[in-house]
Design a protein around this ligand. Structure first.
Ligand SMILES: Nc1ncnc2c1ncn2[C@@H]1O[C@H](COP(=O)(O)OP(=O)(O)OP(=O)(O)O)[C@@H](O)[C@H]1O
Length: 258
């Protein structure tokens, strides 16, 4: 498949990636380069394989017993499919944020430093600095700086989702996977998270699964349109939404199906 890409470095490279759940093939020979420090959106009708593909990037599908994968995914030129790949190390490099905010029933502070403490960081000054840095980057610092010991579950859903993003970025991953991160939020909180995504790409590569085509068009630099387990079209978001090359892409973005 011909891929147009700007001069961004490649963060992730997929080579003929296929995936089966038991007998059912859910991904079909996907080859793709995900540009670094950009937002790449995965769009397509329900069941086309968006979340399955996203979960390949940090090997979350490994937990599913019936799942089998062929092909390769390279993170900075190294295969993440290799036997012996340290999954904890991989997930430190590839963080994930889910549809529903899932903070732990702990203080705001303890949520943000959770990953750092797992890594053995104990120095209070280092942790304090990381909390401020991550909360500022997640556009939450101003709202919570005086209440860092408050239970995270008392925050609004939009604040909780920003806290979860702060928790994910506190360990400074290279890639942040976002699986419909705003679908459980109100329109204002959605806007805040969308603005946040565009600032986060300065430091991280973002891959966003969204059902919301307007959101993909608003925030992403690149879009992959998926259908029945295949990437039908991948390119610059502006181009894909204005002059799609494939009939199936055009039908989807004009609302003729899906
Ligand atoms: N754990 C699983 N076991 C078996 N089949 C699965 C599993 N997870 C997903 N599938 C199937 O794989 C296909 C792709 O599902 P996936 O959730 O990746 O699609 P999606 O595009 O993210 O859908 P949606 O937009 O509805 O969330 C679907 O047919 C789904 O039923």
């Amino acid at each position: 498949m011909a891929i147009t890409i700007d001069d961004a470095d490649t963060a992730l490279e997929l080579d003929n990636l296929s995936l089966w759940y038991g007998e059912k093939q859910a991904l079909n020979e996907i080859s793709l380069r995900v540009p670094a420090h950009r937002i790449t959106a995965l769009i397509g009708p329900s069941g086309c394989g968006k979340s399955t593909l996203l979960r390949c990037f940090n090997r979350m599908n490994d937990a599913i017993e019936s799942c089998r994968i062929s092909g390769d995914i390279r993170l900075q030129q190294h295969s993440i499919q290799a036997a012996g790949q340290d999954l904890c190390a991989l997930r430190r490099r590839v963080g994930m944020v889910f549809q529903r905010p899932n903070p732990f029933a702990k203080s705001i502070y303890d949520n943000v430093v959770y990953g750092l403490r797992l890594q053995g960081v104990r120095d209070r000054r280092v942790l304090d600095e990381a909390v401020e840095r991550a909360l500022r980057a997640a556009a939450l610092w101003a709202e919570v700086k005086d209440n860092l010991w408050q239970n995270a579950l008392t925050l609004s859903s939009g604040q909780q989702q920003r806290l979860v993003i702060a928790r994910a970025i506190a360990i400074e991953p290279e890639i942040l996977l976002l699986d419909e991160p705003t679908s459980a939020l109100d329109p204002i909180s959605t806007l805040v998270i969308e603005e946040l995504m565009t600032t986060l790409k300065q430091h991280f590569t973002l891959i966003l699964v969204t059902h919301n085509m307007q959101q993909a068009a608003r925030v992403s630099d690149y879009t992959a349109f998926m259908h029945q387990g295949s990437v039908v079209e991948f390119g610059l978001t502006d181009t894909l939404f204005t002059t799609p090359r494939q009939r199936r892409t055009e039908d989807y973005i004009t609302g003729r199906y899906g």
